[in-house]
Design a protein around this ligand. Structure first.
Ligand code: CA
Length: 258
């Protein structure tokens, strides 16, 4: 197997409480060693969402550190993506266990969106309405489908994107970590190229900014750090109704001399 040059990655993340909420219930993690990137958006009263998202993010990174991809492929799925999927399933167990240990946490849950980079490929896994995007050649493309009631209606052709945005049930998430039983993690595989930028985010960004808005901020920004700051500040200017988390990963050709 040969690859056409080595890629290198640079990432940054920012999370903001927004302008309305008292607490930030989002969590994110950058694990450069395993090239794993995670955003989670917790839910549940009394700051319990904060616990859920933190437990989930920590469980994913802990699993990845203890079980590096070992070639144990699932049917049709590369080892790194299978690992990420199993890591998220372990996060489901971890959130459930936290509730078992402290019954006051009953009802807490969290979304999760995660990416793992390996060679020239990216694995994306998600549960809920936190999203992954790719920004390539000045164009933004959504890599995940929201696990929301309105998202499913749009997918089935029963609602338009515009109707979904203002629908009274727009906040109903149909999949989350923390419920009883197992969780269906959606996974996808995509190839990566030098110049690509990936964005993981919570819905505090995407309910305030349209995909076109996000794209125009990325066009204008001169670095991923600047893009993270400008996306958060624009979400707050738009009302900041929810916690906002953005995590960006930039792909470049390795400059190391061969
Ligand atoms: Ca949220």
């Amino acid at each position: 197997m040969s690859t056409s040059g080595t890629l290198q990655f640079r990432a940054c993340g920012l999370s903001d409480v927004g302008r309305v909420r008292a607490h930030n219930e989002d969590s994110f993690e950058i694990d450069p060693e395993n090239q794993v990137y995670i955003v989670a958006d917790g839910m549940g009263g009394h700051r319990h969402g904060e616990v859920a998202s933190r437990v989930a993010v920590k469980a994913v990174t802990a699993w990845m550190q203890n079980h590096r991809p070992n070639g144990a492929e699932e049917a049709g799925m590369p080892a790194h993506l299978a690992s990420l999927k199993t890591a998220i399933e372990s996060a489901q167990d971890a959130v459930q266990q936290a509730v078992e240990e402290d019954v006051s946490l009953v009802g807490m849950g969290t979304t999760v969106v995660a990416m793992i980079l390996s060679g020239n490929s990216a694995g994306v896994a998600h549960v809920g309405d936190s999203r992954a995007y790719r920004y390539r050649k000045s164009q933004l493309e959504r890599l995940t489908k929201d696990h929301t009631w309105v998202g499913e209606q749009v997918g089935a052709g029963l609602l338009s994107e515009e109707q979904a945005k203002v629908h009274p049930l727009r906040n109903v998430v149909t999949r989350a970590l923390g419920g009883r039983g197992g969780v269906a993690v959606e996974v996808a595989e995509t190839s990566i190229m030098p110049g690509d930028v990936y964005l993981l985010c919570s819905d505090g960004l995407t309910t305030m900014l349209s995909d076109e808005d996000i794209e125009s901020h990325l066009v204008e920004a001169t670095s991923i750090e600047e893009a993270c700051r400008s996306l958060i500040s624009a979400s707050n200017s738009g009302g900041g109704l929810d916690n906002i988390t953005v995590l960006m990963i930039e792909v470049a050709e390795s400059s190391a001399a061969g």
